[in-house]
Write a protein that binds this ligand. Structure first.
Ligand code: HEC
Ligand code: HEC
Length: 337
């Protein structure tokens, strides 16, 4: 086993430079994000490749496939499952995001994209898959789309560890007091009654987002070694989520951005969040194949699904950027019939 170095960049010179040059509040954010340095320097990185065969995970999972390994996989996905991972068998993702880039604090933050209640959401019907899905299937949806990667085998230690971690959050959630569950979020996003304006979004981006995510949107690496992933993740480009990801839907992105961004200071209006989400999602990113197979029942597609085919005649552009009220009303009327 090689030593796995925790890369938390709380004391790195690069981080210090960013913190010094960025707005007040970034320092606090950095500490909240990355915690005290040196936490959990466990030995990982040379895990055995997934055992083949269809034995049940509970039987085949090795001792290291713990909830804690699962948490680390969500926190350091780029490093542990990315293209620079020393063990080729573990190179599952092509982006350089972490699950925690979107599921803040590895899903333990209450509110938008929390994973605290995931356990109670499954099994459930998925319109996108056209069938019943379990936590493991949902993890793989984010693996293929949000992480632009490939499927984790159901019996792999990594799948077992991540699913165990997510299930353990259910217990953690129940143990949390009502006061700590009150999400520190602004009022929920309300869809503006107009199409999103990409040019306005660019303006929001340059004043409120570029300082961390970069004026080119390509993020800021944690260290000079790309294998360690990003301090501020990319919002488009080859290391970002692909066009089949939930974050590529403008309403999903706007909801997240209004609730969470700018990180530590989420003060955008609905209009600003809407426009900047459209701007980000107008930029190039990796493309997923076979997207036309999603949603076997096309009328189950979310109205802001950014790729066809659709069960309606609204133009693609309107599904991508709005206005959404006419599409919404069309489907509501259809359901009444
Ligand atoms: C680019 C952002 C992004 C990244 C990175 C990401 N996800 Fe997600 N994830 C989402 C979005 C968006 C949803 C859908 C939320 C919704 O349906 O409202 C989601 C949903 C989920 C759900 C379902 C939650 C529930 O309660 O139903 C799970 C589980 C999940 N993600 C796990 C992961 C794991 C594990 C990783 C890393 C391998 C990951 N995600 C990476 C954006 C992301
Ligand atoms: C203070 C620095 C900072 C600012 C300013 C900021 N972000 Fe972020 N953003 C982050 C960090 C850090 C993450 C990843 C969270 C983590 O790793 O815990 C993130 C994650 C994201 C993600 C999900 C991950 C991804 O790469 O797609 C999106 C989308 C996003 N930010 C959009 C925005 C937008 C839009 C703005 C401007 C309105 C903005 N951010 C401003 C620091 C910032």
């Amino acid at each position: 086993m090689t030593e796995y170095d925790d890369r938390r960049p709380t004391t790195g010179g690069l981080t210090a430079a960013i913190v010094a040059s960025a707005a007040v509040g970034v320092l606090a954010v950095g500490v909240a994000l990355y915690g005290p340095p040196g936490l959990g320097a466990l030995g990982f990185g040379t895990a055995e490749p997934a055992p083949s065969g269809a034995s049940a995970p509970a039987v085949s999972a090795p001792a290291y496939a713990t909830e804690e390994y699962g948490r680390r996989l969500l926190a350091h996905t780029a490093e542990l499952l990315g293209q620079d991972q020393p063990n080729p068998g573990l190179r599952y993702i092509n982006s350089r995001l972490n699950c925690g880039s979107c599921h803040l604090a590895t899903g333990t933050e209450p509110g938008t994209l929390t994973l605290l209640q995931t356990d109670e959401h499954y099994p459930r019907f998925s319109g996108r898959a056209g069938g019943m899905t379990d936590i493991e299937d949902r993890i793989n949806e984010c693996m293929q789309r949000s992480m632009n990667g490939r499927l984790l085998p159901m019996d792999s230690p990594e799948m077992f560890a991540m699913a165990s971690y997510l299930r353990s959050l259910g217990t953690q959630y129940q143990a949390m007091g009502a006061s700590s569950l009150k999400a520190k979020e602004p009022a929920p996003f309300k869809t503006p009654v107009r199409a999103a304006e990409v040019a306005m979004g660019q303006l929001v981006y340059s004043t409120r987002c570029g300082i961390c995510h970069g004026s080119d949107g390509l993020g800021l690496l944690a260290t000079e070694d790309p294998g360690q992933g990003y301090l501020f993740p990319p919002l488009w480009g080859s290391d970002s989520f692909n066009n089949g990801a939930g974050m590529h839907r403008v309403l999903t992105a706007a909801r997240f951005i209004k609730a969470r961004m700018p990180l530590g200071e989420p003060t955008l209006t609905d209009g600003e969040a809407f426009d900047v989400a459209a701007f980000i999602n107008s930029k190039p990113r990796p493309e997923m194949t076979d997207l036309e197979r999603d949603y076997p029942d096309k009328s189950a597609k979310p109205i802001d699904n950014p790729y066809g085919p659709y069960a309606d005649d609204f133009p693609l552009e309107q599904h991508r950027f709005g206005s959404f009220q006419p599409i919404d009303e069309y489907y509501k009327a259809l359901k009444k019939k």
